[in-house]
Design a protein around this ligand. Structure first.
Ligand code: FRU
Length: 485
């Protein structure tokens, strides 16, 4: 096990060594949080604290694979420009020596407190897992307080990703878990003081057919309803649903806090694209429920990402505001995204077909008065989004990252397609359909020289297409402040 100081030093050196190579990559993102170098996965400790937004993240600085993760850190005043901060947590203690895994943040007694999973491989190579606490006075430097929750009976050591919240003056925690019968579930805990935690059973799960492990649970109230988001592993594809390696989705219902049970409806996928996993949400000072996900999926083609050559892999999604409408979670890009608009590239009424060059960091909006019969949007000769009223399917197609063969993801829209908003960064696309009713989140490794956008439509007299060039270079990765304290 390495101590905290050495781990920080080595991470610093790893960043110093490869940051330039990573930043020179033509696929380097302009306004999405990336790891400076190495691998990023889950968003962690997502909070607005003393006015500032803090996004911690799972980080492997030493290579582009997984392993004993650290917590990296970005901060922002406006949700669009992000500043890399010094490392928040390193796996330097007996209870987290094989990874400071995912967790969440709360504001308590003038401190920013984080609960995270200490991942340990013991002498026999078996997994051990501890839910740990760390505290900070400034959101940057953390003091670890050690283990708060040990593995209760009835679960395997796949027990991680604590999310903590306050309700009716008590503290609650959910932890992603696996029963001894190897089924996914969510363990539920209660505490008066954040020190002693009582295990109250399973808040939800297992559910037949919903996998062998549920990662990254997130529980919250929206519009007087209780929502549980989680990322189950081992769900089989069913038609157009559950086509990624692992899923992320939600259930809606009512939590009985007394008995520690949630009555809920069926599981719905949150995002329809190729890359979306392990999201986390929080309420900001404006009262909005904001969600950020990892734009990646574990064990899904990571070795084929071309960015690996430049010593980095993955990024987070844009922050999205969650709304609940008619029993469905909607995700909308936060209004702050408008600040990214540099200039309008064009506004065009498309009668049948239209093609035009756009910037590699752009936003598009397609508006139609009514639903149309057919829509096709082709980006940089790489991604195609199509919609057909005949069957109601919306389909996103791209070449498979390994084979180059076409692969697709779809959803169904009964009410037709009326409004499409697309955020294009150098190697990703987020497509918000009908004001966030459905979202496709996807990496896009198109030829960096390609600029062409093509739109085809049938069946609507008024299709307005507007494009803006977006601000670039929003992610500041200066590490010179890491050691001058
Ligand atoms: C989800 C996950 C979490 C775990 C973390 C480790 O992507 O597997 O369950 O805490 O990643 O990096």
């Amino acid at each position: 096990m390495m101590n905290d100081k050495d781990l920080r030093q080595q991470a610093y050196q790893a960043v110093e060594k490869s940051l330039e190579t990573a930043q020179e990559d033509t696929y380097r993102q302009g306004f999405h949080m990336t790891p400076p170098v190495g691998l990023l996965n889950d968003p962690n400790g997502w909070i607005q604290w003393r006015g500032k937004y803090h996004m911690y993240f799972q980080w492997m600085p030493f290579h582009t694979g997984h392993g004993a993760k650290l917590w990296g850190h970005y901060s922002s005043d406006n949700l669009v420009e992000w500043k890399l901060e010094p490392i928040a947590l390193t796996p330097s203690d007996w209870f987290d020596k094989n990874g400071c895994y995912s967790g969440s943040a709360i504001d308590h007694n003038e401190k920013l407190k984080v609960f995270y999973t200490g991942n340990v491989r013991n002498g026999k190579g078996d997994r051990e897992t501890y839910q740990c606490l760390a505290e900070s006075d400034n959101g940057i430097d953390f003091v670890k307080k050690g283990v708060r929750v040990e593995l209760p009976e009835g679960y395997t050591a796949h027990f991680r990703d604590p999310k903590v919240w306050n309700y009716d003056d008590k503290w609650y925690m959910v932890v992603g878990a696996q029963t001894l019968d190897k089924e996914g579930t969510v363990a539920f805990f209660e505490s008066e003081d954040l020190q002693e935690w009582t295990h109250k059973g399973n808040l939800a799960g297992p559910v037949n057919g919903l996998g062998y492990m549920w990662e990254c649970p997130d529980t919250f109230q929206l519009d007087q309803q209780d929502v549980l988001i989680f990322s189950p592993q081992g769900v089989k594809a069913q038609g157009i649903d559950f086509n990624n390696q692992y899923q992320t989705g939600y259930v809606i219902g009512k939590i009985d806090y007394e008995n520690g049970k949630m009555e809920h409806g069926s599981f719905t996928e949150l995002d329809r694209g190729f890359e979306f996993y392990a999201p986390q949400s929080m309420v900001d000072e404006k009262g909005r429920r904001l969600l950020v996900g990892w734009m990646g999926v574990p064990d899904q083609g990571e070795e084929h990402h071309p960015t690996i050559k430049h010593h980095w892999i993955h990024n987070l999604t844009l922050p999205r505001e969650l709304r609940l409408e008619q029993g469905k979670l909607y995700q909308l890009p936060v209004e702050e995204m408008k600040q990214l608009r540099l200039k309008q590239l064009f506004e065009h009424e498309v009668e049948a077909e239209f093609s035009q060059s756009i910037a590699r960091t752009s936003e598009l909006v397609i508006e139609t008065g009514d639903s149309l019969d057919h829509l096709e949007l082709k980006l940089f000769d790489f991604l195609t989004l199509s919609y057909s009223k005949a069957d109601g399917y919306v389909t996103l197609e791209r070449p498979n990252l390994a084979s180059g063969e076409p692969e697709s993801r779809s959803c169904r829209l009964i009410e037709g397609i009326k409004y499409v908003q697309v955020f294009i960064d150098r190697s990703s696309v987020e497509i918000f359909i009908n004001k966030g009713k459905e979202v496709f989140t996807t990496r896009m490794f198109a030829d960096p020289e390609e600029r062409l956008l093509k739109v085809k439509q049938k069946g609507n007299e008024q299709l307005k297409l507007t494009a803006w060039e977006l601000k670039d270079n929003c992610i500041k990765q200066d590490i010179s402040n890491w050691y001058n304290k």
